[in-house]
Ligand binder design. Structure first.
Ligand code: PBG
Ligand code: ZN
Length: 321
């Protein structure tokens, strides 16, 4: 008789035949920095995730490094927003200053700068706006400036999340021309227009003030188009790719894994985090179990690395095993 259960009898045996494993080295921790002093404010829809002013960054960075998490993904919340999202590419902007500070004190931590305008624009869109339209080509030089100023500050990787066409090529060229030929581009290639970004937009105050992002982010119904986006970003010079969100898009991750021999990163987004937190606070699910199951599913589907707000919790649980 075929007995599949033979290999499931003990934890030692299960562990011996386990196909997928997660380590702390797989995790990337998002980090929100903001203007001001002495601020550490919890994001209401993301319990356990905080916005930090620069003077209070040390605590969280020490925790991240102690936990063995290799990288952070940095988002900035500026004091003032304007039509052109100036804060995104100001050499003295919030992320640029944060990166300088972080690289000075914690040089071994990999700092990934998210490149977009939406946290910095008064209208909340990821590109320039005119006549109710989100302009593509006019936005590109601003994204390139954001990439260069963050690289100047010391960012190890830049990650454009705007979904304008052609941005990877423009960013690559701008980096090369400014002496940052060795700064990799991690492209949010398959980024869907998703309801799962709701809590992030609370966190960053970046909800669009009119309309939505469907004219630039992808339609959740499309898979083939994601591979065209990824192919195109690789041709434009992307070094690594992101699929976002993760859980509802594991099919995209799986197929991308088969098609593209590059580092592939899943973004376990804010809404996915919020659902797990809410249900576990209600006592309806076992948080630790669900988080580890979700992260395992992302790796099993093909992710090499995972951006997740659970990073510190998961690192703690992994160290207990
Ligand atoms: C900015 C950006 C967003 C996220 C990452 N970068 C928000 C958006 O596109 O509206 C989402 C992250 C999350 O939900 O965790 N373009
Ligand atoms: Zn954006």
């Amino acid at each position: 008789m075929r007995r599949f259960r033979r290999l499931r009898q003990t934890e030692e045996m299960r562990s011996f035949v386990r196909e997928t494993s997660i380590t702390v080295r797989d995790l990337i921790c998002p980090l929100f920095v903001r203007e001001g002093k002495n601020i550490r404010e919890e994001i209401p829809s993301m319990p356990g995730v905080f916005r930090y002013s620069l003077d209070l960054l040390d605590g969280i960075l020490t925790q991240i490094i102690k936990a063995g998490i290799p990288a952070v993904l940095l988002f900035g919340i500026p004091e003032r927003k304007d039509e052109r999202g100036s804060g995104a590419y100001d050499p003295e902007g919030i992320t640029q200053r944060a990166i300088r500070l972080m690289k000075e004190r914690y040089p071994s931590l990999i700092v990934i700068a998210d490149i977009c305008l939406c946290e910095y624009t008064s209208h909340g869109h990821c590109g320039l706006v005119s006549g109710g339209q989100i302009l593509n080509d006019e936005t590109l030089p601003l994204l390139a400036k954001a990439a260069v100023t963050n690289a100047d500050a010391g960012a190890d990787i830049v990650a454009p999340s705007d979904m304008m066409d052609g941005r990877v090529a423009v960013i690559r060229q701008a980096l090369d021309e400014s002496g940052h030929g060795n700064v990799p581009v991690l492209s949010y290639s398959a980024k869907y227009a998703s309801g799962y970004y709701g809590p992030f937009r609370d966190a960053a105050g970046s909800a669009p003030q009119f309309g939505d992002r469907r004219s630039y982010q992808m339609d959740p119904a499309n898979a083939r188009e994601a591979f065209r986006e990824m192919q195109d970003d690789l041709e434009e010079g992307a070094d690594m790719l992101i699929v976002k969100p993760a859980l509802a898009y594991l099919d995209i991750l799986r197929t991308a894994r088969e098609k593209f021999p590059v580092p592939l990163i899943a973004y376990n987004v804010s809404g996915e985090y919020a659902m797990v937190k809410a249900a576990s606070q209600m006592g309806w699910i076992d948080e630790r179990r669900i988080v580890m199951e979700n992260l395992t599913a992302m790796k099993r589907a093909g992710a090499d690395r995972i951006i997740t707000y659970h990073a510190l919790d998961a690192a703690g649980w992994l160290s207990e095993q």
